[in-house]
Design a protein around this ligand. Structure first.
Ligand code: T3D
Length: 257
């Protein structure tokens, strides 16, 4: 039972909703703990084949709850114990994670969206690297993912200037899988999550792992990693089904096995 998030399972998709709308879904200690538990639960449940992370109300998340910190806060410790395990877990979960960015994503809320595998973005949403405005540096994987998505120069600009980025501009920068209108929001997010949940889950997990590994590896290591991953994917039921359905000229029915 959660107090700061909602956790629902619908049609093989786990929906995690950050639920402190009056505080723009900013992170307090309980929300960190509960998000960690929800992600773990979604990872453990083999019937779940996609995860949607979204926010209640008008924000995705405004990052750290600033009423919970002051000059005596051990920021490094807080990151190591609360934020970093969430970001690490998101990269390790072998299932696609969609950030359904319903509204403002600021500070660590922006970082959280960056750590997802896909970003569906409401036309009303915006991104804000808010850290600089309170004399902090981007954290929670922001300096890892942002330059990899938008390039070094643009990442530095977004970090240093801390200007609000609209959904349209974010799409232009490559931050967005798709911008969705308010009226189509729920239908399109559900359809996209459902589409991912019907795909070969093991192969998607191996793709996530391979992409992360490729950043710090030589070509030789990447080639070896791809060969290992393909050996695993080749043993999956979904591979068998993919080949059979091709030969039988029908649509594949993937089960995640
Ligand atoms: O280890 C560590 O802790 C370091 C880790 C840091 C990670 C971080 O995330 S640092 C960055 C923290 N986040 C921010 O600096 C963003 C602060 N918020 C804003 O800049 C603005 O609220 C927004 C741009 C996100 C939205 O602006 P706007 O005008 O739409 O809304 P608002 O009026 O500012 O906020 C609405 C309410 O939410 C308001 O409360 P009230 O007055 O109605 O009672 C506001 O105080 C509250 N709120 C918004 N953000 C936070 C927050 N309360 C606590 N913490 C927040 N981050």
């Amino acid at each position: 039972m959660f107090n700061t998030i909602l956790y629902e399972i619908k049609d093989s998709v786990a929906w995690i909703t950050l639920n402190r709308p009056e505080k723009l879904n900013s992170f307090n200690e309980a929300m960190h703990t509960e998000l960690q538990e929800a992600l773990q639960s979604a990872e453990n449940d083999k019937n779940i084949r996609a995860i949607v992370l979204t926010g209640a109300g008008r924000a995705f998340s405004a990052g750290q709850d600033l009423s919970e910190v002051d000059n005596s806060t051990d920021y490094g410790g807080l990151l190591r114990s609360r934020y970093n395990p969430i970001i690490q877990k998101m990269s390790e979960i072998g299932k696609p994670i969609i950030a359904a960015v319903n509204g403002t994503a600021a500070g660590a809320g922006f970082s959280l969206a960056l750590a997802a595998d896909f970003r569906l973005v409401s036309e009303k949403a915006s991104f804000l690297n808010a850290f600089v405005h309170i004399g902090l540096v981007p954290d929670s994987g922001n300096t890892y993912y942002l330059p990899r998505i938008v390039g070094h120069a643009k990442a530095l600009e977004l970090m240093v200037l801390g200007e609000k980025v609209s959904a349209t501009e974010a799409e232009r920068l490559g931050l967005v899988t798709k911008v969705i209108t308010a009226e189509d929001w729920e239908r399109e997010v559900s359809a996209f999550a459902g589409r991912l949940a019907s795909m070969p889950t093991k192969a998607i997990g191996l793709m996530k792992e391979g992409l992360i590994r490729s950043w710090n590896s030589s070509l030789e290591n990447v080639l070896e990693g791809e060969a290992n991953a393909q050996s695993l994917a080749g043993l999956s039921g979904d591979h068998l089904e993919g080949v059979q359905s091709f030969l039988e000229k029908r649509k594949p029915l993937f089960t995640g096995d």
